[in-house]
Design a protein around this ligand. Structure first.
Ligand code: 6GU
Length: 240
């Protein structure tokens, strides 16, 4: 998987991309991230990338030209995916989108900054606009890192033996059950005895119940959308 990231702040990515599971995936050649500094595609000695908005008002707008030229410079590999603009006006990013993106060979990201980007960037070079949530960031860089991480960990072999991602929150539409490890007693708090019982069926049912309970308490919206089995429904009945 190749990610091409257009940004005014490429240095924001460098230490992040060296760390952890993603760092190892890049080292192993499973993921490749190319950083393009939009400023390198500006014109004139002052390397201007933004300007005052037509019609007046506060703040600056990212110029279309540098972004357009940066995009033109990106070599498209076979099987390339979307050109994504990150902005608070975008469609909310979801795990389902991450799975779709993981099928692509290449995704291009444009990180917006300042008050916004010239609208003509949207109409000429971008075919998807994404947000990572209902709050305002200073730019799309953190959003790009979020999406790179969410997509990368779905690529075969990236997680390796770390554990299946199929049990993760959201993969079955539910939040995860609680986890415990040693010691058995911590500040008078005991590990639920069922987890020490060795009875795998009992443990499976307990975890399922905890997962459903937690989802109902914290994210009733997810429970509405989840595909529930007969067993799930029976457990929920019991909980009420
Ligand atoms: Cl993608 N960009 C900015 N600037 N703010 C955001 C966002 C993106 N997603 C949520 N807030």
């Amino acid at each position: 998987m190749k990610f091409d990231v257009l940004t005014l702040f490429p240095d924001m990515f460098t230490s992040y991309l060296r760390e952890g599971i993603l760092g190892r995936a890049i080292e192993r050649g499973l993921v490749d991230v190319a950083l393009l500094n939009i400023r390198d595609f500006s014109r004139g000695v002052h390397r201007v990338v933004d300007d005052r908005p037509y019609g007046g008002g506060e703040g600056m707008v990212m110029k279309a030209g540098p972004i357009f030229r940066a995009l033109q410079s990106v070599e498209r590999v076979e099987g390339y995916g979307p050109v994504v603009l990150f902005s608070p006006q975008g469609e909310p990013f979801t795990q389902d989108m991450a799975w779709d993106m993981a099928e692509c060979r290449q995704i291009i990201f444009v990180c917006g900054r300042y008050e916004g980007v010239d609208e003509r960037v949207r109409s000429t070079c971008v075919n998807m606009e994404l947000s990572i949530g209902d709050y305002v960031l200073n730019g799309g860089e953190l959003a790009a890192m979020v999406v790179i991480e969410a997509v990368s960990r779905l690529i075969p072999d990236v997680l390796g033996g770390e554990r299946s991602n199929l049990e993760d929150s959201f993969e079955n539409g539910l939040l995860e059950y609680p986890h415990y490890t040693r010691p058995r007693v911590f500040k008078d708090l005991e590990v639920p005895p069922v987890l020490l019982s060795g009875d795998h069926e009992k443990i499976r049912l307990w975890r399922k119940k905890q997962s459903l309970k937690r989802t109902r308490e914290r994210r009733a919206d997810l429970l509405q959308k989840a595909e529930l089995s007969l067993e799930d429904k029976a457990i929920l009945e019991e909980l009420t």
